[in-house]
Design a protein around this ligand. Structure first.
Ligand code: FAD
Length: 316
């Protein structure tokens, strides 16, 4: 069975859930081999094994982790030439997409971005892609070289499978060109303790309807273990940070459940959340356009509905 290379997305060995999703999809097309770049392998090994990584290529050289994306693309290119994998899967983060684009040039291979499904098919590796901010779905296959595929977070439910995670330390040669930009300082990000917006399985978002009071949205989100998002109207009003904006000019999310509270459903907001698996809206205007999109809609005041929903979830 051919190897499928999966680039591990992690912070000092703390592996993001998207990697478990990539390993799950990789098993549909071959034998997953994780590519681990940076420090913290010992903390990551068991996790990678539990999602079926048979092999882990370890690249611990500071030459790679001290620089930006270019060395990682070189590492993957060198591994691809050695292993001739059936495909290379990378998370659809801005970082992942830049690595994938550089890799595609290096390998002269086709690149599919924002896949939401990956499977083995008659023509090799087949994908379903979500394009134009989720407005269209495209079936795509790479016809040249090694398929390089970036996969959107939350595209599948991670399924556990025991792999060996046998590690192989890789000695890579990084070119001078790839060292052109070096990381000079890392600053710790202020975290809310909630899941990362683009990775969360559940997102609860608030809009202008909150009138600046996000507390019912946050309380409901915390009860569900969800991330908190916001419409641009809420962000522009200074009620919530820009990093939480969902939409065309914000983040694109695709969780299992998206709850829009006091959000009208403008096209630019939809562009960031319409690929969510289940959409629920709470809005006091029954004519609000968001109701055209939802699986479940609640016509009501969010300041009444959300506390009730919070109590119901707690009681369940
Ligand atoms: P509104 O449209 O004002 O809707 C508020 C809703 O809250 C209404 O439906 C109202 O009925 C309801 N409501 C009021 N009070 C309550 C209550 N107590 N309980 C329940 N419901 C209540 N927008 C984004 O979100 N993301 C983007 O990335 C984005 N990018 C943009 C890019 C461009 C180039 C442009 C031109 C616009 C962009 N916008 C974006 C803005 C977008 O067009 C809308 O203006 C914005 O999404 C509206 O936010 P909203 O739904 O919170 O506010």
């Amino acid at each position: 069975m051919s190897e499928v290379l999966v680039l591990v997305d992690h912070v000092d060995g703390d592996v993001r859930k998207t990697t478990a999703e990539l390993l799950t999809l990789a098993r549909r097309i071959g034998e997953p081999s994780a590519v681990f770049v940076g420090d913290g392998f010992d903390s990551a090994k068991e996790y990678l094994a539990s999602y079926g990584a048979e092999k882990v290529y370890r690249v611990e050289s500071g030459d790679v982790s001290d620089y930006l994306v270019a060395p990682v693309a070189e590492v993957l290119a060198q591994l691809a030439e050695k292993a001739s994998p059936a495909a290379i899967l990378v998370s659809s983060s801005p970082h992942g997409k830049e690595i994938a684009a550089r890799l595609s040039i290096k390998l002269n291979s086709g690149l599919i971005t924002d896949a939401v499904d990956v499977r083995a098919g008659g023509e090799g590796v087949e994908t379903t892609q979500s394009v134009f901010a989720g407005g269209w779905t495209v079936e795509a296959t790479v016809t040249t070289g090694t398929p390089i595929i970036t996969v959107k977070p939350n595209s599948c439910s991670p399924e556990q499978a025991q792999g060996a995670a046998a590690d192989e330390v890789v000695d890579v040669q990084i070119s001078e060109g790839a060292r052109a930009a070096r990381i000079t300082e890392r600053r710790e990000k202020q975290t809310s303790g909630r899941p990362e917006l683009t990775e969360a399985a559940i997102v609860v978002s608030g809009g202008r309807g909150t009138a600046g009071d996000f507390s019912p949205v946050e309380t409901f989100a915390d009860t569900l273990g969800a991330a908190v998002g916001a419409s641009r109207a809420a962000v522009d009003a200074g009620w919530y940070p820009h990093t939480s904006q969902v939409g065309q000019t914000g983040k694109q999310v695709s969780p299992q459940l998206y709850v829009a509270c006091g959000i009208s459903g403008a096209i630019q907001h939809r562009a960031g959340m319409q690929t969510s698996k289940t959409i629920v809206a709470v809005n006091k205007d029954e004519e609000a356009p968001i109701f055209e999109l939802v699986d479940f809609g609640v016509v009501g005041d969010l300041f009444t509905v959300l506390p009730q929903a919070t109590e119901a979830v707690k009681a369940a």
